[in-house]
Design a protein around this ligand. Sequence first.
Ligand code: BMP
Length: 214
Amino acid sequence: MVGLIVALDLMDKSKALKIAYEVEDYVEMIKVNYPLVLTAGLEIIEELSEVKPVIADFKVADIPYTSSLIAEASFKSKAKALICHGFVGSDTVKTVLDVAKKFNGEIYVVTELSSEGAKEYMLEHSNEIAAMAKNLGCHGIIAPATRKSRVAELRKIVGELKILSPGIGVQGGNLEVVKYVDYVIVGRSIYNAENPKKAAEEILNGIHRIQYEV
Ligand code: BMP
C-alpha cells in the first residue's frame, strides 16, 4: 500500500509538533528539512520520533568524511532515515550508508529534483544515480512527482527499492504518480491547509482511490 509522508518545512517548533500529532493517523513518516532543524534545533527529530519515524532531509552533498559526520549526528538524534544527494558520487553515498548501518538506519538518494532546474544538469545523470543507489544497497530513491514518466522509468531501474516522491500539490504534480511509488511526500498542501488533519486524510483517500483503480 502506498503511504503518505508529511514534510514539515515549518520555522515554528510548536506548530510543527501540533501538526505532527494532528496528522499522525494518516502518515507513515515525518520528513524534516533545514527550515525546521535550523530554527528548532536537532532535538526536534527526537521529539517528532515520538509521533512517527523521522526522515532527516539534509540532502547530504559533501566529501565522504564531512558527510559521515552529518549522518552520525542525524542518526544519533534518532532519525530513522537520511536523504543524501546522488550527484556527489558513490564514495559519499557509500560512506553515509555505512554510518546508517551502524544505527540500523536507512538512506534515500536524490536522483533528480522535482523542480525545473533539475533539467539543466541532474536529469542527464538521474538514471545512473538511481542505478548506483541500487547497486550500493541503499534503501530507496527520491523521484519527482512532477515528472511521472521519469518516475516510471526510474522504477524500472531500481526494481524493489523504495521510491519516495515529492512534488504533489503546490509544485504541480498529481497523485497519478502513486502507480510507480511507495510513498508520496507532501508538505504545503497539508501544513498550510486550514485543517491539516482533513487535508492529510483526503490525500490518503486519493492515494488509495488511484492505487486500486483498474
Ligand atoms: P511541498 O509539498 O510543500 O512542495 O514540499 C515538498 C518537500 O519535498 C519539501 O520538503 C522539499 O524540500 C522536498 N523535495 C522536493 O520537493 N523535491 C525534490 O526533488 C526533493 C525533495 O526532497
